[in-house]
Design a protein around this ligand. Structure first.
Ligand code: PLP
Length: 426
């Protein structure tokens, strides 16, 4: 679907354009494989000489329709769905890095990503340097090495809720000849479009707002098509030199602006196989159809909750970039003027123990390992998602030990606030 449509229209209609007599609703192509009439037809697919489906581990029509919707929403040239956000982040970097390579990453990121990058990928010989995203360009630039292949950050970090200065990060990345990869899970393209500020690749945990109903784990990688790999061909041999596993095909030559995403599909998905199931892609698509309605309601409710918490004398501190005076308020106004996300973090007077008791008294808000759901939910990262991090790493990731991550849903804000109030009083 052409990009001239507004985001609301893209949410509802992009990706699936049925022809005469075809289903109005995106069908679930629940098939591992696809039929051809001649051996030659199939052979051409394997040589990447024809486009078409042959095996769902590589591509599936349901997934492709949903990926095309996400690409249209982000303003990219193409996208790929993955089985989870973790797989998306791993592929996004592994598509550029091999053993002996290095990348630079904001320290304000999701705990699972921190572990993936800092522990698991290190075991594969891919090194990472975590930097403070608020440091100056000069300071961050010192982390770059000749073998650095990418810069990574989250547009709004989970759970520390720091807003990334995307333009600054893009400048730093490009001045070192590498792409900027932005995890845009929290604001979604409804509230922030990193490509418009210079990012080159966007990744998502679609498990969060995009699905929005807590039904399906999934991820996505979106390619802007803007990064000039050939201009830095020595850094990116995987894209600019022949791929032996594809009969010597060179991705940049054969696919131009689609080189990165085609390699991710043709090589990484083929070999590592973290495809999203077509059923999950179908559910994700239902979520996307209302993303433009849900995000503003999440943001309105979160603003109300943040303002209520700020005035309550049992609350020690509140972090929400929609609050004037917040450290990231100006950056949020710049990059996401219509709203940021529905996640608010705060601490209670009395610290960690009081936080845990407060959470146990909530009735409407559920304690779950999840965030960005239509239903209000709550988590204590230091006890749950980030419990593998040391206190030092927690602080580095912007996670105070007393931090309560409150994911405001799309219920009525009065009811959510009443639930918080009764739990605070209890
Ligand atoms: N990126 C961000 C910002 C996240 O919050 C998460 C999960 O919470 C992930 C990536 C990982 O996504 P998934 O849980 O879908 O693997």
């Amino acid at each position: 679907m052409a990009k001239q449509f507004k985001p609301e229209t893209l949410c509802v209609q992009a990706g699936w354009a049925p022809k005469k007599g075809e289903p109005r609703v995106l069908p679930i192509y629940q098939s591992t494989t696809f039929k051809y009439d001649t051996s030659e037809q199939m052979a051409r697919l394997f040589d990447l000489e024809d486009s078409g489906y042959f095996y769902t581990r590589l591509q599936n029509p349901t997934n492709d329709a949903v990926a095309a919707k996400i690409a249209a929403l982000e303003g990219g040239v193409a996208a790929m769905l993955t089985s989870s956000g973790q797989a998306a982040n791993y592929y996004a970097l592994f598509n550029l890095c091999q053993a002996g390579d290095h990348f630079v990453c904001s320290s304000a990121i999701y705990g699972g990503t921190f572990n993936l990058f800092g522990v698991t990928m290190k075991k594969m010989g891919i090194d990472v340097t975590f930097i403070n995203p608020d440091d100056s360009e000069e300071e961050i630039g010192k982390a770059f090495r000749p073998n650095t292949k990418a810069l990574f950050g989250e547009s709004i970090s989970n759970p520390s809720l720091e807003v990334l200065d995307i333009e600054k990060f893009a400048r730093i990345a490009h001045s070192h000849g590498v792409p900027l990869i932005v995890d845009n899970t929290f604001p979604t393209p409804i509230n922030c479009r990193p490509f418009e500020w210079g990012a080159d690749i966007v990744v998502h945990s679609t498990t969060k707002y995009m699905d929005g109903h807590a039904t399906s784990v999934g991820g996505a990688i979106v390619d802007s098509g803007n990064f000039d790999w050939e201009a830095h061909a020595d850094k990116f041999p995987g894209l600019c030199q022949p791929d032996e596993s594809y009969h010597g095909l060179t991705y940049t030559k054969a696919f131009g602006k689609m080189a990165y995403i085609t390699k991710a599909t043709a090589q990484l998905m083929r070999d590592l196989g973290s495809i999203q199931s077509p059923m999950n892609a179908f559910l994700l698509n239902l979520g996307l159809e209302t993303l433009h309605l849900r995000m503003p309601q999440h943001c309105r409710n979160a603003q109300r909750v943040a303002e209520y918490l700020q005035k309550n004398d049992k609350v020690a501190w509140v972090n929400y970039c929609g609050l004037p005076g917040n450290k990231y308020y100006e950056l949020a106004q710049k990059y996401m003027p219509n709203g940021s996300c529905g996640v608010v973090s705060f601490g209670l007077k009395g610290g960690r123990d009081v936080a845990i008791r407060f959470m146990d008294h909530l009735k409407l808000a559920a304690i779950v390992t999840h965030v960005a759901d239509a239903r209000t939910c709550v988590l204590h990262p230091a006890s749950h998602t980030h419990r593998q991090l040391t206190d030092e790493q927690l602080i580095e990731a912007g996670v105070r030990p007393d931090l309560i991550r409150f994911s405001v849903g799309i219920e009525n804000a009065d009811d959510i606030i009443a639930d918080i109030e009764q739990a605070l009083n209890a």
